[in-house]
Design a protein around this ligand. Sequence first.
Ligand code: ADP
Ligand code: DAR
Length: 391
Amino acid sequence: MSIFSRLRSKLFKLSNHLMDQQERCKKCNIKCGLIKVSPDVLRSLEDGFQKLSGSNSTSLLKKYLTKQVFDELKQKKTSFGSTLLDCIQSGLVNHDSGVGIYAPDPEAYVVFASLFNSIIQDYHGGFGPEDKHPKLDWGDISNLEDLDPNGEHIISTRVRCGRSIEGYPFNPCLTEDNYMEIEEQMIKIFRTMEGELEGEYKDLTTMSKEEQNQLIDDHFLFKEGDRFLKAANACRFWPKGRGIYMNHNKTFLVWVNEEDHLRIISMQPGGDMASVYKRMIEGVYYLEQNIKFARSPRFGFLTFCPTNLGTTIRASVHIKIPKLSSDNNKLDSIAQRYHLQVRGTRGEHTESEDGIFDISNKRRLGLTEADAIREMQDGILEILRVEQSLP
Ligand code: ADP
Ligand code: DAR
């Protein structure tokens, strides 16, 4: 670890200690009403809560933000200054959210635990307030197989994970300098990548709109202007500090400062899950030799959105299942049974185009990396078995 990283890690530990002291002091100040949430924030919270409560939203935020939880949390702040509004503003504005909450900084998961814990337990299939995420375990790659050796249904396979860099809060609390610092640190590391991982970083401030749109259409680059992220205050200073690293074959990618500080992605045409997974692991292993990732004893790897905590792994296939996809109930029942998530062709919050679906594991927390991949592989094999059994 470079002297810079060691120094930053020491500073982070010192700031943690200071935050503890400050937190104790703040708790007593808040108790005696010295540091309050501003009247404007309280008004926005009350108004948003009333509108959400009266809506037909099916978000997990609406399901678990009861009046009791709301009143308990509305006056709280983290040591970064994040309020309940900072956590839930996206879900208050977008009633069609699936989840509706993000953590503006790592402390939010603790300060607003009575809301986050319920949503986390629901989304990740039972990870309770006393549970702890298991140690990292990539598993034995030799147990993985080509999910579609004859190439009849699977167009491509992708595995991604998210990483937050220790010492930095999440999007809504990042300063303009923070975005640039993270990008500069990553560019230095990208320049040292060799072999299959060797490639080039392209930042969004200099990338042409044509190239950007082509990379999005080809499913390599993240979409721009996500309304959920915008409403979560996660797109400030855009596109400064944002970009994508791609190896020469575009099979290994790293997104910088989109939703998380880093998204580390491996993908290729076909169904060869073992090769895709192995490449992502190699990429993660190389990066973690050069930069310290934020990991919590309880939640594993920390991310902006609670749906990505833990392993942060989303393993997906772009798959054509013309028979099964014409029977939504049957497809949904398999997805439920195997903890799968069905997305549209361009990813989250999009529709299927030309009968192509993005199907992936849903659970990321409370199981190992190996479990998450196995769960996805078992689910996809079942989907293919049923598809091939239909008349
Ligand atoms: P994530 O948050 O995991 O990055 P998104 O749903 O935002 O997922 O998708 C990001 C991009 O990755 C989208 O363009 C989507 O089409 C693409 N993608 C996801 N899975 C695959 C896959 N198996 N093959 C090709 N592209 C994929
Ligand atoms: N759009 C938000 C987040 C859902 C999970 N996906 C993420 N984190 N990209 C929603 O509540 O629908």
